[in-house]
Design a protein around this ligand. Structure first.
Ligand code: NAG
Ligand code: NAG
Ligand code: NAG
Ligand code: NAG
Length: 389
């Protein structure tokens, strides 16, 4: 595969190197280009998603449609389609796991993993893993590799707990990482692949949210990160000291407290306190009001709810300058903390673009300091990632 050549000398204007190679070479170096592209794909996406969701409601849930929600599908909300299908082999007895319903009974096991991985201030890093993302060379390997190649991120690996959704993922985790925990759900049929917005997929997303609530109740604050988020710099210095719930964004409007920011559920920091615990309970129970939606969409609905103010939860949105993604890249490699393969459909496309991200980062790291400062390098993604189906 030929790789687009790239200048590394400082351009007259920083934007002149903001290229989007790939399918269409040298697209205009305009910040909103991905959005315009996304908008073009919107109708197609909606055309597919709408009937699916309607069918889901009618057949699976057999419940009335939500009162309030319009079909305002936004491309950046569609990134949830990127979360991989989940494949769960039949269970056996030796899995070091708990069923979600037994979480409390299995308290000591979970407690032990959290304790071992915790920082002094009871903070941990969590990610989730399924079979599709667990195979060698797949997403989880890129995730861990990014910590090793990032700036002051390698030492964070000893605070990372990988939550496995199935036996294959759990086994792989134990081969590559010291802190693994299996979250197995016993009341969902896992005998087949789970696809986005199927009952099983949604069930799993909500189980995960309930699990995170339990982690908060145990007194642990956490960064939750999807495994398709590459960690290039230690994010902790860039979090707000006064935010209970801080979320990366698919679209950032330039103001950390503006609720018009579109949160992305793939990266967030949550402080363990009464406010966050109550909020997680409220969020989880809100699934009943918005059947057929996953946790990220429901967050973007309920962030406006007066009850959130009543709880006293402080929400902060993290700038895409530091916490970027393919929807809205972090443009400056001198500032980037994380890059998320959101706005990307299909695992192969995702892997392709994640590998490009890692190559770009390696190129950046090997540049002399003077060139780094000039900001001569920019991401070559998106290439295969897109919202079009
Ligand atoms: C917790 O400790 C880590 C490691 O010392 C630090 O980076 C992080 O900022 C601390 N978190 C909070 C919320 O103080
Ligand atoms: C940011 O948003 C909040 C909430 O919408 C608003 O009160 C505040 O004035 C905004 N700040 C700036 C600098 O625009
Ligand atoms: C939470 O609230 C309870 C009672 O309302 C209080 O006793 C406790 O100290 C609070 N915990 C925190 C962490 O604020
Ligand atoms: C990525 O896109 C290129 C060009 O469209 C195509 O040739 C290649 O097969 C794609 N790779 C993957 C992994 O999808």
């Amino acid at each position: 595969m030929s790789r687009p050549t790239r200048q590394t000398l400082a351009p007259a204007s920083a934007t002149s190197l903001r290229r989007f190679p790939g399918n269409s070479q040298h697209r205009p170096p305009h910040a909103s280009a991905p959005f315009r592209k996304a908008a073009a794909a919107l109708l197609l996406v909606a055309a597919v998603a709408l009937p699916c969701a309607v069918l889901y409601r009618a057949v699976v849930l057999n419940s009335p449609p939500p009162v309030q929600v319009g079909w305002g599908f936004r491309p950046w909300q569609e990134q949830g389609t990127l979360r991989a299908p989940v494949m769960v082999p039949e269970e056996d007895g030796d899995l070091d796991a708990v069923a979600a319903g037994d979480m409390e009974r299995e308290y000591p096991k979970l407690e032990q993993v959290l304790q071992e991985a915790s920082m002094d201030n009871k903070t941990i890093i969590l990610t989730t893993l399924n079979a599709a993302w667990a195979s060698p060379g797949s997403v989880i390997d890129l995730f861990i590799d990014s910590f090793r190649r990032g700036i002051r991120t390698n030492s964070l690996l000893k605070h990372l707990v990988i939550i496995a959704f199935d036996r294959t993922a759990y086994r792989r985790c134990t081969e590559i990482h010291p802190y693994c925990f299996a979250l197995v759900t016993d009341d969902v049929d896992f005998s087949q692949e789970k696809r986005f917005l199927t009952a099983g997929y949604l069930e799993l997303m909500w189980k995960r949210l309930d699990f995170l609530r339990l982690v908060l109740e145990k007194g642990y604050s956490f960064i939750f990160s999807d495994a398709d988020v590459m960690w290039f710099r230690n994010p902790f210095p860039y979090l707000y000291p006064d935010g209970d719930f801080q979320s990366a964004c698919d679209h950032y409007v330039g103001n950390a407290t503006d609720l018009r920011n579109i949160a992305n559920g793939g990266f967030n920091y949550v402080k363990s306190n009464n406010q966050s615990i109550e909020f997680y309970k409220f969020w989880h129970s809100s699934r009943l009001r918005y059947p057929g939606y996953h946790d990220q969409d429901v967050f973007n609905f309920i962030k406006h709810d007066p009850y959130v103010t009543e709880i006293g939860l402080t929400i902060k949105f993290l700038s895409t300058t530091y916490f970027g993604g393919i929807c809205e890249p972090s443009r400056n490699l001198n500032k980037v903390c994380t890059m998320h393969a959101n706005c990307c459909i299909g695992l192969q496309s995702k892997l392709h673009d994640l590998r490009i991200l890692m190559e770009d980062w390696r190129d950046y790291m090997s540049m002399p300091p003077g060139l780094k400062i000039l900001g001569a390098l920019s991401w070559r993604v998106p290439q295969n990632c897109s919202l079009s189906l």
